[in-house]
Design a binder for this molecule. Structure first.
Ligand SMILES: [Mn+2]
Length: 321
């Protein structure tokens, strides 16, 4: 089945369904939440009974996206649904949702590492954001693109493309966003202000602490920054969006690979990896059972910070040389 056929098949299934569930991945980002909320609104517009259920609350400022309050934080099972959309995550580990196999599931994703575990899988690694795919599905469904649908999809795409600065940005990303602005009638700066100019003072203090940990390795081609749990005891922060801190580190001239270590437990880290040019982040992540895209990936690692760092630098050095 080619991509277009899958899209049409999904639209047909939607038209025949009456009760539809949506879920998206744990540790939510603007792409999955914006896409989930847009899909929710599209399905409501078609008169469907819809439930959007996730397991982790999104960090501020994603909680300010239009209609964020429709999201429920619970398991979908055992409630019955005709269709169940999984956005950027089709497994129990990715979604935190149990008994996915009891449903007719539709996986919509743009991660090349996405599993094809759902009943129907629409995975397009060339899409910069899953928001682009939800836009295409909306066209197929014949829905009206309201201001709020446009706002949420624009937020999804602008976030995953780093405000159209990352190498995944295509003419299609820009074209879709132009359409959303034209039809939705919102200024793009409203989305940027919400996503990128809404920092609390505590977050700026946190950025200061994280940047103070900056280290350069392997002839200054690798930059490492880290978030320690002890930072939280001095700052009044809950879970926060950290993508912008990584982008400061990755902006250093000559840096090809950026690693962000987030301490999540004793000797336990979540590592985010970002890269430029030919360096493939996903290949590094896969060595540690993680996944992602060519230039953005992530994985979990146990051990002390110095042990973990050494192991990863060894893998990176192999690819660099
Ligand atoms: Mn995404």
């Amino acid at each position: 089945m080619n991509y277009d056929n899958v899209k049409e098949k999904i639209a047909e299934l939607v038209h025949h369904a009456s009760k539809i569930a949506i879920s998206s991945h744990v540790r939510p980002d603007a792409d999955c939440i914006g896409s989930g909320l847009a899909l929710y609104q599209m399905l409501k517009q078609l008169g469907k009974e819809v439930c959007y259920c996730i397991t982790d609350p999104a960090p501020y400022p994603l909680t300010q996206l239009p209609h964020y309050d429709v999201i429920q934080f619970r398991q979908v099972f055992p409630e019955e649904f005709d269709l169940y959309f999984l956005i950027e995550g089709a497994t129990e580990i990715r979604t935190g949702q149990k008994y996915l196999e009891k449903y007719y599931t539709i996986n919509i994703d743009h991660h090349a590492t996405s599993t094809n575990d759902a009943s129907l899988n629409w995975v397009v690694p060339d899409a910069a954001a899953v928001g682009e795919l939800i836009y295409e599905l909306g066209i197929c469904l014949g829905i009206e693109f309201t201001r709020d649908i446009g706002f949420n999809l624009y937020a999804a795409i602008t976030s995953d493309t780093g405000s159209f600065k990352y190498s995944n940005t295509t003419d299609k990303s820009l074209w879709i966003c132009a359409e959303l602005v034209k039809i939705g009638g919102f200024p793009p700066s409203d989305v940027s202000n919400l996503l990128f100019n809404s920092n609390h003072y505590e977050k700026v203090q946190m950025i200061q602490k994280v940047l103070a940990t900056t280290e350069l390795h392997l002839d200054s081609r690798v930059c490492i920054i880290r978030f320690e749990r002890s930072f939280l005891s001095t700052l009044d922060l809950k879970d926060i969006e950290t993508e912008d801190i990584i982008s400061i580190a990755r902006s250093i001239t000559g840096v090809v690979v950026t690693l962000f270590f987030k301490e999540i437990g004793d000797n336990h880290f979540r590592v985010s990896i970002r890269s430029k040019g030919a360096f493939n982040s996903q290949k590094v992540a896969q060595e540690f059972n993680g996944g992602g895209h060519d230039h953005a990936a992530g994985f979990f690692l146990k051990g002390s910070f110095s042990e973990a760092k050494e192991k990863i630098l060894e893998v990176i050095d192999r690819q660099l040389s």
